[in-house]
Write a protein that binds this ligand. Structure first.
Ligand code: PMT
Length: 399
């Protein structure tokens, strides 16, 4: 099962006896290919341990807003989540969310997120039926949250009635239904390049660039989630391979060229998010260049242009669809249009990398997608996962 392949799910767990079921949900989500970030409230930790979730999800469990302050954990988690689920959701967390209170990591993260929110309440019948809870649930529903359950059944302490947490299988089914366009790339083969290439000067030095691979990995993850058979050709990047994606690690432009041209022969779409070195040292020293020998002169020679070669190789055919990227600092759109023509791509994703919140290394991007058919789509600042989704929407519309 990989219905949720690559989907980033934020799993909030709050303090109720039913918190143990969240471990089962985490296992189901991971089994469906999702990448799960568990966030436990302090109450949840009285019922179930963080170690259980770390073991099940392979991800670090974040519990406190005071950890990793510099990296803004709540903003990072909130922005990167594609869907958030609170399972179980206590009466207390429903009240906090309805009122916009943010006094712990889970509530700050949810306030910082813009993804669909799913809440699965669990509590005693009296609490569920209380006017305050009713009002809070109505507010949350009005804001677009999905409320799953609660079921009617056995509760803590031998009671029975409405308030029982829905089963994890029901949550999984709901998430699969909720996430839009999940399978619109089913049956398609997508090749994605990501990261920067490294051109060796000597055994320890290279010419490289700042590409982290985040943008390309996000495209690969999103394409896999939408059902594509995804082949990711990655320059050196310390990122986990997205679920359901086949990865090929390469170093130099020549290596990337060889692997991509080979894979492209069976691809429907090639997305070239990699920052490829245009030049490489003409001669690579087999021993480390010595400082004492003075400042070296490194002569460069041109690398092949992978995108140009791909376009040339497909001749007049429409397949594979070619999606290029461009990182520009000045006259972004005009430069992008010119590059689209020059490279013969079908779509060109132009990043404005003049600011610090878009382009290289960061988790967000701001792009304009230019199409050969004249269309243009503005994608304002958003997570790279969201940008990836918008790019694939344009791809799917033209397949
Ligand atoms: O990896 P991140 O840190 O997340 O950063 C993402 C990114 C900024 C690297 C990415 O979004 C991006 O813009 N990638 C393209 C960078 C670029 O400037 O490309 P370019 O203008 O040099 O090349 C244009 C296109 O031709 C690209 O699709 C590139 O992959 C391709 N190209 C370039 C040179 C070459 N020799 N062969 C190529 O195929």
């Amino acid at each position: 099962m990989s219905e949720l392949a690559g989907t980033r799910v934020l799993l909030g767990v709050t303090g109720g006896i039913a918190a143990y079921k969240a471990a089962l949900l985490a296992r189901l989500l991971v089994g469906a290919g999702a990448s799960v970030d568990p966030v436990l409230s302090r109450g949840a930790e009285h019922f179930i341990g963080a170690a259980t979730f770390e073991g099940l999800t392979g991800r670090k469990v974040r519990g406190e807003v005071w950890e990793d302050v510099a990296s803004g954990t709540h903003v990072e988690l909130g922005r990167s989540a594609e869907v958030a689920i609170v399972y179980p959701a206590t009466a207390h967390v429903l009240a906090k969310l309805a009122n916009g209170l943010a006094d712990d990591l889970l509530t700050t993260t949810l306030l910082a997120s813009r993804c669909p929110l799913v809440l699965a309440p669990a509590m005693h019948t009296e609490m569920w039926e209380h006017a305050a809870t009713r009002a809070n649930v109505a507010t949350l529903r009005k804001r677009g949250a999905s409320i799953l359950g609660p079921d009617d059944g056995p509760l803590m302490g031998g009671d029975t009635g409405p308030g029982r947490l829905v089963d994890p299988e029901d949550v999984l089914a709901h998430l699969v239904e909720l996430l839009p366009g999940t399978r619109d790339l089913a049956g398609r083969t997508v090749v994605v390049t990501a990261g920067g290439t490294r051109e060796p000067i000597d055994p320890v030095r290279f010419l490289g660039n700042r590409s982290s691979g985040k943008m390309g990995f996000a495209v690969a993850a999103a394409a896999a989630r939408r059902g594509a058979d995804v082949h990711l050709v990655a320059g050196p990047a310390s990122l986990p391979t997205p679920p359901g994606v086949t990865r090929y690690d390469v170093g130099t432009t020549l290596e990337m060229h060889r692997v991509v041209l080979d894979l492209a022969a069976r691809a429907d779409v090639v997305v070239k998010a990699a920052a490829v070195a245009d030049f490489r040292p003409a001669a690579v020293s087999t021993s480390k260049l010595k400082k004492a020998a003075g400042v070296p002169v490194v002569e460069l020679e041109p690398n092949p242009d992978i995108l140009l070669d791909l376009v040339e190789r497909r001749g007049g055919a429409a397949t594979p669809m070619m999606v290029g990227f461009a990182a520009e600092t000045d006259d972004v759109e005009a430069e992008g249009r010119a590059k689209l023509e020059r490279k013969g791509a079908d779509l060109l994703v132009v990043n404005d990398v003049s600011g610090s919140d878009a382009g290289f290394e960061v988790d967000t991007n701001r792009v304009v997608i230019l199409a050969r058919d004249g269309a243009r789509v503005d994608v304002p600042l958003a997570s790279k996962a969201e940008v990836a989704g918008r790019i694939l929407d344009e791809v799917v519309a033209r397949l």
